[in-house]
Design a protein around this ligand. Structure first.
Ligand SMILES: O=C(O)CCC(=O)C(=O)O
Ligand SMILES: [Fe+2]
Length: 680
């Protein structure tokens, strides 16, 4: 109907590289196919404006299309000097040289940004230049020549046409195109734009636009599959040991393959150069398809698949209001106990590909045997390094500030705005009131360093304090709520569909002991991993007691920033090479997997008091903390519990029994929470 018409997602089905079609500036005219006989092909000599003395000897474009040169129509001196002798000028050489330039830039950029060495200025220039090359479709200019040399006329024509589409004012190419048109053996359908969306993209969209949703879903699914495998191939190409292999197999290299490599590289460069959160139009292909599919499935009455698409879409745009709204609606329609899961797509902002089962241990030689047809194993091997699996975040307003990639590791993330300023204030009040009541941490005042005082408070302790009237019930409850909120965020981000239980929750403050700061060299918290015993010398981490081996994920929710020092940092297994830093502040939640992949420590707090809620989670029900149960018991409200979904209910009830036995506390009179809702 009308209303749903209005909600139709805007279409952005672009797989090719986008870019403004502003007229490019040209340093040199592109040259047509080399052999001059007019009958054989477009002439390269007739309209040459070059004054270079060596032009007659060189059958190739005299000037390499250059992103930076804009003033001269003669050969840049550097380029001329670097030119191989005419006899060596086979198409591949030339093509390669132009590609190498781009590839070098890409590598440089990757390296530059990767190591975060004053990345901004040069890296961004490079990225613009690379981008410009692609916007201008420069490589196609070379390709047409290469194909022409190879006597692959149809491909030469489509390369020329593809270039011309983006450069309609290019006189030389216009002439060449005219010549191609007159050549026998050239068919009109050779004038194809190789950068245009492929047929399988258009078909789905056409059906969609014609409101033919049944056909649309089939075609869109097909299109999505194609796109995912294309992307995957790209990743493999981008990350594989490309140059080496090509060096050996140069003879066999096909120009089309170069183009593919180039595009892939370009995509990687863009991904890396793309600011966090900004998703380029190329990358928009998948979410936009998911968006269309969601609507189409909805229209054909398949709510389950529509919901699945919405959930998948939210992996890319976790805060998209209309889709979040839709999601809620689907959840209601499908029933709350139906779990809606996203498709097997993993993503970080700006980086995604299919989560295939990875043949991790594959012999690298197998790739070589398969020659240039790079396979999933290449991208798989990088999967664990480059990506974090993410699900939609269950709360609005929370942002992902840094992901694994930005933190140079695996399963690391920083969320912001998990708490408001006023919630931080309330929780800090709780720490004040609780101060001096013992550290809740094996009762040691300074477990890590004599230069700081360490205070801690568990949830249970907070509840008991509230019961005794030592702290405000609402503050105690807020501690529980903040913990549960963090749990939900971390669960949905790292392990959607797989329950994470509390393992231990601890509100901790580290206070600098003023007279103990001079010449201090130690850390507030030495480098460690949370579920294994780190051995930096042996670069190992022993997953055995007394380590808390059952801890699967760790979270630290920070409450303040008015102190000196106290930054969290991650290291390599050597415990000294810092790979990422996190500055604490109110509402910031850092989360990471608890294993050897995430050694971390805290720099000395040299002034003031640093407070945070440290949270550990486990998949193991056996090791689940009884926070929720204790909360319910304190309320004395079994009935609340009975409204919980099945598994929580069961778990809660059995924990109540245990809890009562263990603590032999009489909670019946402790019903102060009765009027406070449990709602998280
Ligand atoms: O407070 C922090 O930032 C980290 C604390 C930590 O790593 C721990 O308690 O295990
Ligand atoms: Fe830790």
């Amino acid at each position: 109907g009308e209303a749903s018409e209005g909600l139709r997602p805007v279409l952005v089905p672009v797989l090719h590289l986008p870019g403004p079609r502003r007229p490019p500036r040209w340093a040199c005219p592109a040259r047509g196919p080399p052999e001059p006989p007019p009958a054989a092909g477009p002439s390269s000599s007739s309209s040459s404006s070059s004054s270079s003395s060596s032009s007659a000897a060189r059958p190739w474009p005299r000037c390499r299309p250059s992103a930076s040169s804009s003033s001269s129509s003669s050969s840049p001196p550097g380029a001329a000097a670097a030119s191989p002798s005419p006899s060596r000028l086979v198409p591949y050489d030339l093509l390669r040289r132009s590609l190498d330039r781009v590839l070098q830039r890409a590598d440089c950029l990757q390296h530059c940004l990767g190591s975060r060495l004053g990345a901004a200025p040069s890296a961004h220039r490079a990225s613009h230049a690379v981008r410009r090359d692609f916007e201008r479709r420069e490589p196609y200019n070379y390709l047409q020549v290469a194909f022409f040399q190879l006597k692959k006329l149809d491909q030469a024509v489509s390369a020329a046409h593809t270039f011309f589409v983006a450069n309609p004012q290019h006189l030389q190419m216009r002439e060449d195109i005219e010549k191609y048109r007159r050549m026998s053996g050239v068919k009109s359908d050779n004038f194809r734009d190789l950068e245009a969306a492929p047929h399988w993209v258009r078909a789905g969209v056409q059906h969609y636009n014609a409101d033919e949703y049944l056909q649309a879903v089939d075609r869109l699914e097909e299109s999505l599959r194609e796109a995912l495998s294309a992307l995957e191939e790209c990743r493999a190409l981008c990350e594989g040991p490309l140059e080496e292999e090509e060096e050996e197999e140069e003879e066999e290299m096909q120009p089309a393959h170069y183009i593919q490599v180039l595009k892939c590289r370009q995509q990687c460069v863009l991904e890396i150069a793309t600011k966090p959160g900004r998703i380029s139009a190329t990358e928009d292909f998948i979410p936009s398809h998911l968006d269309l599919l969601q609507f189409a499935y909805d229209q054909v009455g398949n709510q389950a698949l529509a919901a699945e698409c919405a959930a998948s879409y939210l992996l890319f745009y976790p805060t998209d209001e209309p889709v979040l709204e839709k999601m809620k609606q689907y959840q209601t329609e499908l029933g709350e106990d139906t779990t809606v899961t996203a498709r097997e797509v993993v993503t970080t902002p700006g980086l995604y590909f299919l989560a295939l089962p990875c043949p991790m241990q594959q012999d690298p030689r197998s790739r070589r045997q398969k020659g240039k047809h790079l396979n999933a194993d290449v991208s798989c091997s990088s999967l664990s390094v480059l990506t974090s699996p993410t699900g939609p975040l269950p709360f609005e307003g929370i942002t992902v500030t840094m992901d694994s990639r930005q933190m140079n590791g695996t399963h690391r993330v920083v969320f912001d705005r998990v708490l408001t300023e006023s919630e931080c204030k309330d929780l800090l009040r709780l720490t004040k009131a609780a101060g001096g009541t013992g550290d809740g941490y094996r009762a040691r005042r300074s477990p890590h360093t004599p230069h700081e005082r360490f205070e801690g408070l568990t949830v249970l302790k907070a509840m008991q304090l509230a019961q005794n009237g030592d702290v405000d019930w609402r503050d105690a409850k807020l501690l529980l709520q903040a913990s549960e909120k963090s749990r939900k965020i971390i669960e949905s981000y790292f392990t959607p569909g797989k329950k994470l239980h509390f393992s231990f929750t601890h509100l901790v403050c580290r206070t600098a002991v003023e007279e103990e700061q001079e010449g201090r060299m130690d850390l507030s918290h030495p480098v460690h991993a949370d579920n294994c015993l780190l051995d930096p010398e042996g670069k190992e981490c022993w997953k055995e007691p007394p380590a808390y081996v059952y801890r699967d994920y760790s979270g630290i929710l920070y409450l303040n920033d008015d102190f000196q020092g106290g930054g969290l940092f991650f290291t390599e297994m050597d415990a000294v090479t810092v790979t990422a830093k996190v500055r604490p502040k109110c509402g910031r939640l850092v989360a990471f997997s608890s294993g050897k992949e995430n050694p971390h420590g805290v720099w000395a707090v040299s002034r003031g008091r640093r407070c945070a809620i440290a949270l550990w989670y486990t998949h193991s029900q056996e090791h689940a903390e009884q926070v929720k149960a204790s909360f319910l018991v304190i309320q004395g409200q079994r009935q609340e519990l009975e409204e919980e979904p099945g598994d929580v209910q069961e778990q809660g009830l059995s924990h109540i029994q245990e809890f009562k036995k263990e603590k032999s506390l009489n909670f019946l009179g402790a019903c102060k929470l009765q009027n406070l809702e449990i709602g998280m």
